[in-house]
Design a protein around this ligand. Structure first.
Ligand code: GDP
Ligand code: IMO
Ligand code: MG
Length: 427
């Protein structure tokens, strides 16, 4: 781990390179002892980041996954969307478990608030889409970002002026009622936010200034990505995406940090691929084998509990994420889950009408016609459990890792072989 951290410098980003749930939270937690500040820059409580220590599981949604380490300050940046209610509940539940959180979190004054009405709209739009639904987490993410881009969003700073807050809530509810034919109740929304306002007021801060001051003082910062690059609003499988920039650009705009201050980028890639919700997934195994991987990998969503769709590792997807985000090193996760499979396939190339494609096509027609090229690797029988060195792994597992490295042209510097914090091999 020391070598990797040395190579990546003082401010490191950890980003999902597939469709989310790659195991970002686990690496953030494992690296946190070496950082002073850990930041979330995009998304909201649609994220579910799981940490397991001595058999005890903690799932973080909006709070950075570093909170088990008492020296770390957590920042929730301007690029996030925050349900004040969910945030207070998350804090409460962590504090009930004996962690001090309130004094260690800074919430940007500029982050946009997710109200209950955003969740109602999220659910309603999904229902109206019918078979075309995105399969969102129904946490109000899309509608809150929609209000932000429409310049009618309500930000955390608005919690400090209750008259203005009331006016804005009233305007927005009336607007959405008119446009969507809903019956949102502004008075109820206002009352509901007022019950949790006091709880989050102490967290509010100019997080941009805080981060720049801390960087000048030589503090080390970890940027915790949420979602995955193929859920990115621009680069993902639109419209089956989330509503934020999940890549490296989102880290800059979501915190007010210039790109050159991000000294290294780690991409997280599962040793196979999963996705929750609808949308194209070229390497999907919509069959018994996919079901077997789902069971072996316990692939059920950390936020919604939904079964995750499973498929082979897709080198086209990961190469695209590496290129677009300047990923220097990969943490390959859940390699242990593949133990026992007779053979393992990897998508190496996409062809459409004999022409190579470098990303997942988004039109239905192209996806139906898409031709996939595979490389097949021999599997291994042994469990990887408890292994601490790359060289101790079965030769076929080593060959799989080395084969992937070649296909993605990037070093795999960390390998996950189990859920526990310690189930991580660095090389
Ligand atoms: P995140 O959203 O990227 O933080 O990932 P999630 O927490 O949603 O999903 C990853 C799941 O895989 C969690 O249940 C983790 O505990 C688990 N996990 C992470 N790394 C490994 C690993 O190397 N092996 C196994 N078996 N499980 C892992
Ligand atoms: P983490 O950080 C996996 C997916 C949803 C849906 C789409 C849009 O845990 O990796 P949204 O509620 O954001 O409007 O839903 O994005 N999605 C995720 N899938 N992991 C996540 O986060 C996700 N966050 C959103 O399932 O397909
Ligand atoms: Mg997750």
């Amino acid at each position: 781990m020391k070598d990797l951290l040395h190579d990546l410098g003082s401010n490191v980003a950890i980003l999902g390179s597939q469709w989310g749930d790659e195991g970002k939270g686990k690496l953030v937690d494992a690296l946190s002892p070496h950082f002073d500040i850990v930041c979330r820059s995009a998304g909201g409580a649609n994220a579910g980041h799981t940490i397991v220590v001595d058999g005890k599981q903690v799932i973080f949604h909006l709070i950075p996954s570093s909170m088990l380490h008492p020296q770390v300050i957590g920042v929730i940046g301007n690029g996030t969307v925050v349900s004040i209610k969910d945030l207070s509940e998350e804090i409460e539940s962590l504090e009930k478990g004996g962690l001090e959180v309130t004094s260690r979190i800074k919430l940007s004054l500029r982050a946009h608030i997710i109200f209950d009405y955003h969740k109602t709209i999220d659910q309603e739009l999904e229902n109206r889409k019918g078979t075309q639904k995105i399969g969102t987490t129904c946490r109000g993410i899309g509608p809150a970002y929609t209000d932000k881009i429409s310049r009618m969003g309500i930000r955390c700073e608005d919690l400090l002026d209750t008259d203005l807050l009331r006016e804005k809530i009233e305007y927005n509810c009336t607007w959405h009622n008119k446009n969507l034919g809903l019956k949102l109740d502004p008075a109820q929304e206002y009352e509901s936010i007022m019950t949790v306002r006091e709880k989050v007021k102490p967290l509010l801060a100019d997080t941009r200034k805080f981060l720049h001051d801390e960087m000048k003082a030589g503090k080390r910062i970890l940027f915790e990505g949420a979602q995955g690059f193929f859920l990115d609003i621009d680069h993902g499988t639109y419209p089956f995406v989330t509503s934020s920039s999940t890549g490296i650009g989102g880290v800059s705009t979501g915190l007010g940090i210039p790109p050159q201050n991000i000294t290294g980028v780690i991409g997280i890639a599962k040793a196979y691929t999963t996705r929750v919700g609808s949308g194209p997934f070229p390497s999907e195994l919509d069959n018994e084998l996919g079901g077997q991987i789902r069971e072996q990998g316990a692939e059920f969503g950390a936020t919604t509990g939904r079964p995750r769709r499973c498929g082979w590792f897709d080198a086209v997807v990961v190469r695209n994420a590496i290129e677009s985000n300047g990923i220097n090193a990969i943490n390959l996760t859940k390699l242990d889950v593949l133990s026992g499979l007779p053979e393992i396939k990897v998508v190496t190339q996409y062809l459409l009408d004999d022409k190579e494609l470098f990303t997942v096509p988004t039109t239905r027609k192209a996806n139906q016609k898409l031709e996939l090229k595979y490389e097949t690797f021999p599997g291994w029988e042994q469990s990887l459990s408890g292994m601490r060195k790359f060289e101790d792994m079965p030769p076929q597992a080593q060959a799989y890792v080395l084969g992937l490295e070649k296909l993605i042209h990037t070093p795999i510097r960390a390998i996950g072989i189990g859920q526990e914090r310690s189930d991580l091999i660095f090389r």
